[in-house]
Design a protein around this ligand. Sequence first.
Ligand SMILES: [Zn+2]
Ligand SMILES: [Zn+2]
Length: 744
Amino acid sequence: MRGKGRITVRGIVQGVGFRPFVYAKARALGISGTVKNLGSEVEIFARGDNFDTFLTEVSHGPPLSRIDSVEVFSTQQDIPDGFFILPSGTGSLTGMIPPDIAICDDCVGDIFTKGGRYADYWATSCVNCGTRYSIITEIPYDRERTSMIEFPLCPDCAREYADPGSRRHHAQTIACSACGPHLTLVDARGNKVEGLDPVKQSAELLDAGGILAIRGLGGFHIACIEDSVDELKRRLGRIEQPFAVMVHPDHLRRLACVSPEEWQELTSPVHPIVVLKKRDPTAHEAISNLHTIGCMLPYTALHHLLFSRLKHPLLIMTSANMPGYPMITGTDQAMAKLNRDVDFFLTHDRKIVNRCDDSVMRDGYIIRLSRGIAPKRTAVALGSHCILGVGPELNANATIYKNGFTVTSPHVGNVRNPPTLEYLQETVRNLQRLLGAKFDVIAHDLHPQFLSTRFAREIASDHGLELVPVQHHRAHIAATTSEPCIGIAIDGVGYGDDGTVWGCEIFSGQVPDLRRVAYLEPAAMPGGDLATRFPERMLYGILPEKKVLSLLSRRGWSDIELGVLEKQVTSGFNVAQTTSTGRLLDAASALLGICRERTYDGEPAMKLESAAAGGCAEAWELSFSTHSGCETLSGRSLIENAFTRMEAAREGDLRAVRDIAASFQYNLARGIAHLALHATDREGMKKIALSGGVAYNHAIRETIRAEIAGTSRSCVLNADYPLGDGCVSFGQCVYAGKLTGRKD
Ligand SMILES: [Zn+2]
Ligand SMILES: [Zn+2]
């Protein structure tokens, strides 16, 4: 029997109530010793007859912790009687940065306990919940290294902090109305609105149709009731894009269908936005004109208080920034940027150190990796180099690999504009500091013009580091599996090896040796990016025939416009070649008259999916051929099939449009699955990996899976990272790690 030792615990062990948990176990088992945060680990000295039992119990950790390793060392150190939580010390940084956690049920109980210390207090939290990442400046996680440093504890809070029997024993975010951060309600001109209860006043303003900016955990939201949504759209100039809503839990099921798995996600410590199927696809059209609606439940004390005072059961809650731009965090910045968009500001005086958007999930897959999930830490063996992956251009984030783990930042946005590039740089600096990372290798997208690529080159040349360019779709596969596989990457666009625009690629091999073995037949993108904005151009690019020109003419295209389009395609001038799955879906959406102009990322394909959700699919004959030694699927034949069926249908026959949309998706998915299955036969592979933004499309993903399930092959997707471009920085790190590791 041991009886005594030094215990080191690694993993998610700070910001999750680990020290008070250890303290309680020690007291219960009569263990003497100490516990403290050391760097990003927890160090325990322990002595007592029940040492082994104590060790076992400590190894389980409190509910929110995730333990990577527990090591025990013998120690000569004297251990006095009693058990103590010691001040933190510095030590190695192993990537533990706790994410923000949704308010727990106990704290919800506290804010609604009349006469209690936390009654009606908007920033109530405990060791099990509250802000973490968004307020942290340095590791180890202690109050003095967070923005809560500005709020010294009142005697009552200090007493509770020191009380081993309390849920707020050593809770770094402890605060009450006497000592903690405060709310202020301000009008659009910056004048403080007097009153005793800013939350109640805000609820009244919202109920009356007002549009409010609300400062939350990681940034500002813009909020309003459903009746005000048209006004909100008008002010933001966002007419088509669906909004997410925050819903009173009792009302959720009236709005949307919720599976037990989805309910679990909605109520988990993450409390993400979950994209749910609407109960009635045509209801709440003003909020979302798709068959789905993004819903979340109140996740802070402020939200719960707001809903308790609000008469309406639902609030539109959208990030207060242009899509793709960084979330607005500062009150002054919000007032300067939003004073024409909102009527009032409900703000607070707790500094947001690290920006963090709401996470978004659909069907158990992460669409946006952010609040509650990120910084996301994964144990993965990629060798001894420290690697930075700067991500792609759209839906970017950053990943750092160091000593056996990767840490991925929250969602950054579209690194197409200087403010988002700055945010990416700031995110990299912050993570680098929190992890004590010293880069050896910088991985980036193959695209030479991306701002993220230039950023990577700058860091590399400033410090003489190795650069590893990673083709976009190989990064998708690297993020999915490191085992030998046939990899399917289906998404919008990515720069290909040959300089053309890739987007439906089948690879064979093992990271970093992924050979492109099949793809979608390349098609013309007349006018380059214009073909993305106006998908009817893409339609003609795929099917350059007179019948398409006459369709467009009937839809109001002028002869001059049609002449230019025709000439572009025949001459090849200002035309890119693409294998993009997204562009093919866009073309189908345009053909069926579902979406003729794209106003936000993915719009035509998302609307096609919504139309298809109400249709019946039939199998069409698929057409395959060979290009430069690779098998290709003909997108043109799919479009032709759809065209013929559309012309056979009566004008305005919605049923027919739905059926054709469903068949189009179904046959495209079958075709992609068959490309992959043919490749498994040729290459002798058993495993198929699937990634890319198109895999969020329920019908396409499930058809591919069903086709594969009917064979002896297996299909893997990575549910721990986004299927879309939010996995690319992680994939870049994996790819670069495998590549540089091999050279050692
Ligand atoms: Zn709590
Ligand atoms: Zn207090």
